[in-house]
Design a protein around this ligand. Structure first.
Ligand SMILES: *Cc1c(COP(=O)(O)O)cnc(C)c1O
Length: 364
């Protein structure tokens, strides 16, 4: 069945001046474009009612299942403007496929890759001027597709009515103060995901369960928390919303293997593919937390970074836990390998180098 998105253009879009003001200082996730996409799935009729309409409040019944049982998933990707004015996205098919996997895990209906891409194009067709101009560095339009159980019913079962939306938000560099290494808190009391749980799905519940660990970290002066495998509390998994990489003295690029409780980042998988071109040997395996602590002390680990669509690549400075710290020796700029990887990704995304991997998909 084909899902189309009927355009209902709002009569009062933001003025060019207002949009330019927002582009001058977009922040992250605070300003939204004029329109949004919505579509509704029902058990009887499948996907339908696709629309592009004014960005604004959505109505849900207080009994809507999502508000009680958290049947919800989301995605995050960006639209980048190239020098010639065209607008591109980075591996959006991978986001579409991940959303399909997340949907299966949360017992939500799948949206085909074609309809996922169609929804992004439908929104960009009308909100294209919201994609920040080329040449401003690292600005983009962050796209947030999401899907939730909108059926008004308190019984516990997969909802028979589900709503899909896409909203979009102009984004500046994730870290406004420039690229500074982040300090991470080792969460030993709280896990974000467990074996057989939803850790590999991009669902809001994983973020809710990461917040207590995150808060504990902030109380200890850290920026974010690192989570361990919840079964043995031994192996490094990831941050609340970013994957982790370690660069060794002998140029291996090591990242925790996918165990079912780690989210498979598009950035993570792209970096693994880029590694060879950058003279690094990629390695996916279980990494004991002791290897981190010992590795920075011995110099075996040269650099550490976290990665994800929003912040791209972020150097990690210090690891803290109750009773100790382990500081990276990479220094205040985070290290040359971290920078080279970050640069390589941005160059592809902004069309400054040839897209030899076929990772870019044109949106407008
Ligand atoms: C979204 C997300 C990431 C990063 O994924 P990208 O596709 O690279 O943006 C990493 N970890 C978690 C828990 C996430 O939700």
């Amino acid at each position: 069945m084909s899902l189309t998105f009927d355009l209902h253009r709002r009569p009062d879009p933001a003025s060019d001046e207002r949009r330019a003001d927002i582009h001058a200082d977009p922040g992250f996730g605070v300003h939204f474009t004029d329109h949004m996409v919505t579509a509704i799935w029902t058990a009887e009729g499948g996907w339908g009612h696709g629309a592009v309409r004014a960005y604004g409040p959505i109505q849900v019944m207080p009994s809507a299942a999502v508000l009680h049982y958290a049947q919800e998933i989301f995605e995050g990707l960006k639209a980048y403007r190239h020098e010639d004015g065209s607008v591109w996205s980075f591996r959006p098919e991978a986001n579409a496929e991940r959303m399909q996997r997340s949907a299966r895990r949360l017992a939500l209906p799948e949206l085909s890759t074609e309809h996922f891409l169609g929804s992004l194009r439908a929104l960009l067709e009308v909100d294209e001027p919201w994609v920040p101009p080329a040449g401003t560095g690292e600005t983009s339009l962050y796209l947030r597709p999401f899907m939730y159980a909108s059926e008004a019913f308190l019984g516990v079962r997969p909802a028979k009515e589900v709503t899909y939306c896409v909203i979009a938000s102009p984004a500046g560099p994730y870290f406004a103060g420039g690229l500074k290494p982040v300090t991470l808190w080792l969460s030993e009391h709280y896990a974000r995901a467990g074996a057989g749980g939803t850790g590999a799905a991009k669902c809001g519940g994983n973020y809710a369960s990461s917040l207590a660990g995150q808060l504990e970290g902030i109380e200890h002066g850290c920026d974010q928390a690192v989570f361990l495998d919840s079964s043995t509390q031994t192996y490094i998994e990831e941050l609340g919303g970013m994957n982790l990489f370690f660069v060794t003295r002998d140029n291996r690029l090591v990242t925790p293997e996918l165990t079912g409780s780690i989210l498979e980042g598009v950035t993570r998988s792209s970096i693994l593919q880029l590694a060879k071109e950058l003279g690094l040997d990629p390695e996916e395996r279980r990494i004991p937390i002791e290897e981190w602590k010992d590795g920075v002390a011995s110099g075996e680990i040269r650099e550490i970074f976290a990665c994800g669509t929003a912040a791209v690549v972020t150097p990690v400075g210090e690891l803290r836990w109750e009773g100790g710290t382990a500081a990276s020796t990479a220094g205040q700029d985070g290290g040359e390998v971290t920078h080279a990887i970050r640069r390589a990704l941005l160059d592809i995304q902004y069309g400054r180098v040839a897209d030899t991997h076929g990772w870019l998909t044109r949106l407008t």
